[in-house]
Design a protein around this ligand. Sequence first.
Ligand code: NCD
Length: 307
Amino acid sequence: MLKGRSLIDPMDFTIYELDEIFNLADQIIANPQEFSHLCDGKILATLFYEPSTRTRFSFEAAMLRLGGQVLGFSEPNSSSTAKGESIKDTIRTIACYADIAAMRHPKEGAPKIAALSTDMPVINAGDGGHQHPTQTLTDLLTIRSVKGSLSNLTIGACGDLKFGRTVHSLIKAMSRYENVKFVLISPKELKTPDYIKKEVLKKNNIEFVEVEKMEDVIGSLDILYMTRVQKERFFNEDEYIRLKDSYILNEDKISLAKEDMMILHPLPRVNEISYEVDDDPRAYYFKQAKYGMYARMALIAKLLGVI
Ligand code: NCD
């Protein structure tokens, strides 16, 4: 039963509960009109303390396409946060007006504190360099729709694996499917955090390697998940400038890949995928952004218990 629950960490839902969400998303994709009044009279609050395009817009579009309404802020200085209000008090107030909330915050754990402070479902829309579970719903729905399954995949994650919350959540979620292997491609300064390697990969006996050069491994991948170097999480600008162009995916590199390798990226892209790649049939990142809206429609409907 997903009704009334929050989504803070990708492991909050079992793989069977995820299937429930994905099956509903499939139905919505096939027949969106049928679901266009599912959330009539319901309100989603979007509390974004950090910049966002896809996540906030797709949440809002999702609620509007279900017949519900949205309110919120994308600039925390326009809310009482600027006066020093705590997360706990803000969410308790929002719960007086809305039925469900999506929160993005630069501090790791902030959406969890919010969820613990209210009975209203709270969705983590990204907390610092920690987790981003609805991006993972998006990623899994995209992979499942294209590959037909979430098992038997070699997934390359490339770029900023240290601060990239989308990769942390992807690894966690995918660790529960059969025969999934990871190839972690990053400069040594931006390697996957130890807690992910120890508590997720090693603990579940998942095969993984860490490499620095994309060309050496691209031919073995079923999925290449590119990420942006997370400028806002660096303490030192020179270090960011030195590392920001560590990987640039272009047609030359893709010529070494399998014919059916999927290229994913949570977006926004900076330089890490050349524009020429967009026309390659293996580039799925804009379709992925669209799947994000359907995944969030299904999630909202399930947490509100309207279906
Ligand atoms: C990601 C994020 O916010 O973590 N973006 C998104 O939600 N699609 C990735 C990023 O900002 O690099």
